[in-house]
Structure formats: C-alpha cells, structure tokens
Write a protein that binds this ligand. Structure first.
Ligand SMILES: [Fe+2]
Length: 166
C-alpha cells in the first residue's frame, strides 16, 4: 500500500523546489504579461483610429489581435497564480514595465497603423522569446504556454506585415 498523505501534508506550504520553480516562472512570465496587456490596449487604440486603405479589413483584424493578446495574457497570469504567486496586472505596473513602444495619438492612415502595431508585436515577441529561453531549465509547462503564444503572435505579425511587405 502506498504512503497515506495526511491532511496536514496536503495543506503544507509549497516545498522549496516548487517555490523556486514558481519564482522562476513568475520572473519570466511577468514581463510577458505586461507586454500582452499593453499590446491589447494599444491595438484597441489602433482599431479605433485607423483610416484609409483597407479600412474594414485592418479595423476588424486588429480586434482579433486584441482578443489574442487578452487570451494569452490570461493564460500567462493564471499560470503564475496556479503556482501560488501573484502577478501585477495593474495599469500602473503595465505602463511602467512594458517594453512596447509608444503609439502615435489620434487618427492614422492604415499603413502607419499597421506599422505601429507590427512594432508592438515585435517588442512583445522579443519578450516572449526571452521567456521561452529562460524557462528552458525551469518549467516545461510554462515554456509550452509561451511557445503557443509565440506561434500566434508570429502569425498575427505576418497578417499585418503583409499589408506593406514588397
Ligand atoms: Fe470595435
């Protein structure tokens, strides 16, 4: 018969190994979360202010990028929380820590909008790729989550970049 797990053991604080893993995961996933939240907010801004060529296609596709960023951010935040640590998704923390560049205010012609959102994606993809590398020895499950996010971001970047690629 296997060892009986007592209630006390079951409720005990996480073991050191688990704590180390959680801390490592949080360190690599928090920058990804901040970029994904900023990406969602800034792409919504782009969705509202795009004008000109291919308006409807760009306007509608940008909303898909917003949804992808929101869903990905939710996955990342919940992975950290599932391991027992908090995240900081407050607007102040995101504004301070995101690596995404500043967007132009007001209405933009669609090619400017697309180029600016590609720049948002490039910054986010760089952060995600750093997390993929950093999580290699720490937690394959978290690494798997960011790999899936990278695949979606790369695809969204392709869809946007193709508007002005030669
Ligand atoms: Fe809308």
């Amino acid at each position: 018969m296997g060892k009986q797990v007592t209630t006390k053991e079951f409720q005990a604080p996480v073991a050191n190994d688990s704590l180390n893993r959680a801390v490592g995961v949080e360190q690599h996933l928090s920058p990804v979360l901040h970029d994904l939240i900023a990406l969602a907010i800034n792409t919504k801004q782009a969705h509202w202010h795009v004008r000109g060529a291919n308006f409807m296609g760009v306007h509608e596709f940008l909303d898909q990028v917003v949804t992808h960023a929101q869903d990905a951010g939710d996955e990342v935040a919940e992975r950290v929380v599932a391991l027992g640590l908090p995240v900081d998704g407050r607007v102040g923390a995101v504004a301070k820590r995101t690596s995404t560049p500043e967007m132009s205010p007001g209405f933009q012609q669609s090619m400017t909008t697309v180029a600016e959102v590609v720049a948002q994606l490039d910054a986010t993809i760089a952060t995600v790729n750093a997390a993929i590398e950093g999580l290699d020895d720490i937690d394959p499950v978290s690494q798997d989550i960011v790999i899936a996010i990278a695949q979606q971001l790369d695809k969204d970047r392709w869809f946007l970049f193709s508007h002005y690629a030669e």
